[in-house]
Ligand binder design. Structure first.
Ligand SMILES: [Zn+2]
Length: 63
């Protein structure tokens, strides 16, 4: 979603236009990674928050 604003370092055109092999390679890579790139930070933060809450709860109960 954000890759269409990226400018290629090789041809200085938007990567989304795929004007050169570098653009196309970057576009494919970013398209493959974008679902995870968009999800990972949020998922990671959510998991971390759950983990911290669980640990805090456990520490409270046992102590
Ligand atoms: Zn390019």
């Amino acid at each position: 979603m954000t890759y269409d604003r990226l400018v290629c370092a090789n041809c200085a055109a938007p990567v989304s236009e795929g004007r050169c092999p570098v653009c196309r390679a970057n576009r494919e890579r970013l398209q493959q990674e974008s679902p995870f790139a968009g999800l990972n930070p949020m998922t990671l933060i959510a998991l971390l928050a759950v983990l911290i809450a669980a640990v805090a709860l456990l520490a409270h109960q046992t102590a």
